[in-house]
Design a binder for this molecule. Sequence first.
Ligand code: ATP
Length: 466
Amino acid sequence: MIDMETLVSLCKRRGFVFPSSEIYGGMQAIYDYGHYGTLLKNNIRDAWWKDMVQYRDDVVGLDSAIFMHPTTWVASGHVGGFNDPQIDCRKCKNRFRADHILEGFGINADKAPLDEINAHLDRLRKEKKLKCRECGSPDLTAARIFSLMVKSNIGSPTDELKEENAVYLRPETCGGIYLEYKNTIDALHCKLPFGIAQVGKAFRNEIVARQFIFRTREFEQMEMQYFLHPDSMNKAYDMWKDTRWKWYREYGISEDEIRWYKHEKLAHYASEAYDVEYRFKALGEYKEVEGIHARGDWDLSQHSKHSGVDLSYFDEKTGERFIPHIAETSVGLNRLVLMFIDHAYTEEQAPTAGGKEETRVVLKFDKRLAPVKVAVLPLSKKEELQKPARDIWNTLKRLFIVEYDETQSIGKRYRRQDEIGTPYCVTVDFDSLEDNAVTVRDRDTMAQERIAIRELEAFFKEKYAM
Ligand code: ATP
């Protein structure tokens, strides 16, 4: 069994994820990505982009700015409406999400009004069931509304954060897609149905941000908005559910590790909402990783109304003019990093060089997602081995990320590569000087095979389907 602590410590020790600003004492719920974390995150992002944009002729890309005109968030309902109910412990000063506390009692209060939440809390208080999760004290405040919007004063002449000067850091990336919907159609002549996809940062002043990179205040989303005629919503919605489900399966997540969660309480404009939930080994439960929503014509209607710009679509074939409806897929990139690490984490018993057994930690990533594709390891630091090993590294590095490592014993180097999930290690030994061949070790089976140096490039091209 693994727990979150194991993953957090592996991520730090091996350079995947670091707590931000650690030398100044850290910042809650903000994280930095080290070398391997960055490579893994980029690979996940590329795998999404390939499937959502590159392999399709009905989705185009976008990279919109984080800052947008302040009216954007009034039109979308976020200003004044993007809140979570917060509750504080008067004793230990910890802060919780009231809907999460109710969830612990089997009460679904997702999107419920504050009155309803407080009524549930009062009842639990009377029944003496309401206690602080951290310190056990019954002295908890009533639930209050807490805005998730993060403010900035960009462009304002004073350093004061006055309400009228406030601009917001986007709480979701799709806002930029709605604002660039018209420019995209005008420039690229897209015909319905079509989608716009983008990957970028989003910011939310989350009340409780624990569980490592699962919920943070700065994170990345990968979102796609599919614009369509309302009559084609059902078909398109099913197509996107199917497409996204297959993507998880394609990258090694099995049928029993993911499931659909159907939202019963919907936002007033939505007609359907499902989440993909993944069963995190380190959390021991299913948690949302992605949302797929049928959003009606709410977004474009609102931006049309607030901007005064006509965002309707004219269908030349039918002569019909209407505001397109939207099917959305929205997934957190950082949450997927955690999902794939959680999924890949394996502990096995393996023989040591001395004939004993030891626990081997391996991240069994899908090869395409692995941060480093091949490690080149000369058996010793002797110059005669360094030269051919460097030559191999120089050849392979043009194909993908390859690491050259000559420190420590070969056993330790294998363990290190296992822990960062490198699918293949190439070892250059003294026999290599005679037979011009190297040993290639497979991460998962630990099987070793001898491959001629001149065939290495073709060997890995085949392994990586290049
Ligand atoms: P929750 O109910 O967990 O707060 P949400 O339903 O508000 O999340 P959405 O607004 O639908 O989430 O966002 C879509 C996706 O973005 C989520 O499925 C998740 O993967 C990711 N996401 C949302 N908030 C965060 C966050 N604070 N940190 C990391 N990822 C997030």
